[in-house]
Design a protein around this ligand. Sequence first.
Ligand code: ADP
Length: 533
Amino acid sequence: MRRGSIQQLFPAVNEDAERLQGVDAQHANFSAGQALAETIRTTLGPKSMDKMLLTSDGKIVVTNDGASILDRMDIDHPIAEMVVRVAETQEDAMGDGTTTAVLLTGELLGNAADLIEQGLHPTTISDGYHLATKRACETLRQATIGIDADDPDQLREIAQTVITGKWDDHDARFLADLAVRAVQAIERDGIVDRRNITQQAVAGGSSRDSEVIDGLVIDTERSSTSMVSPDTAFPQRIEDATIALIDSQLTVETATGLGTVSFDDPERRSALLEYEDQVYEECVTTIEDAGTDVVFCQKSIDDPIRHLLARENVLAVERTRKDELLKLGRATGARHVGSIDLLTTADTGFAEVVERRQVGDLELVIVTGGPDSKQVSLLLRGGTEHVTTEMKRILEDCIAALELAIEHREVLPGGGATEAMLAADLRDYAAGVRGRTQLAVMAFADALETIPRTLAKNAGMDPIDSLVDLRTRQHAGDHTAGLDVLMGDVRNMITAGVLEPLAIKQRAVTNAQEASNVIIRIDDIIAASSDRD
Ligand code: ADP
């Protein structure tokens, strides 16, 4: 990202200044953080709007995902960049809750600005925010609801809470099902290793044509990967396949391959060609001696070797991507070999089935049933590449949320219920906090209510009436009461099936507090030389 000088960053504040100090600096910082949060406010929740992003190289991205929007925005302000990092941290750690974390950060900064105007010192505010976060995290832990991680219905509700609003309502359940089936297929003893799910997006067809494929899918057409024995006579399905993985190319250095060779004597020419054929045969014999049925090669395969492999019924796939080779290694137990001469039976792996399959225009190789790890692939279909790319992003978030739910088995009610419950608890708690810090704890409680307020506003509900209803129900002790924005009323979020993993909420609150506390304590912005840290 580009960084400007202080004059470029804040020309309206002081054209001659080399540094911004005190109230000017705080004012500018808080405004930048709030402005950034405002850009994604309308993307929160099930009834939110999408953003269209136009990149400098002419690409168009339509998305509802806070992290993707902020990641692509050309941001030229150090404080705004810090807020973008809140989204990045949340996305990297949790895969969801990014918009919530950023909105909360913006609101905490806005409330801090009001408190400073009332005469509170920034350190008092950050102390209060810190205290409030500690209390909120304890309250969150006590408020969690245990789930049965083997129950697909509960998992579907968690996945659907992530999807709702990001995708067409009619297909949300279908996508949630895909995510749940993929995650359940690879879950072992309560652990979900996301690396065992591969996503292949194929434009063309309807999103309803998307499917979970048992096994690892290698796409041989969209990347430069290609199958080198694709003739129709070749078996479509190989059972009990021995797999070899070659990290380099399958080529043999021959005299003719090195350039033009001239001969006076035709016999010498045929002797040389014979020798070359022998070298190629030896290469294929090494592969055969290792018992190989399928060889995946990271680079290219020489033509003569391709033909010989096809003759011996060995399926060969060239230019396999490095990440796919790694997954193949994990799934089949095969060891990567740097050069073909080194291949032995000890390096090969095993798969119950290797199958060739045509999907649309795409030729796929599907590897199923390796001994070491269970692999599944999500084959995502959609009318255009924009659709499949967005679908991929949403499913990544879903899978991350399901991983947290399965591994921790604790969820919270969504729809603003948890934030409203925390706000009510913090207001009670603040009464016992001595001194001015109390006001900061109250301000933290107010900031949390930005989530239900925004959910209501984005859904066209009256934010004031909705919040009043919500507070009344929460005050009466119904901590599951949240905004059902699809029905337009306040109701029990557990029975409505709006559930979110505890870890996502906890991280959103702590990320927002940590970032806003750093920003609140800055009272000086100095244009520094770039050659020193
Ligand atoms: P984030 O990036 O913060 O996850 P989202 O746009 O995904 O933002 O919206 C998440 C919010 O939407 C959460 O507060 C969640 O509880 C809420 N939500 C999701 N589904 C529903 C629903 N059906 N009714 C009400 N709120 C919902």
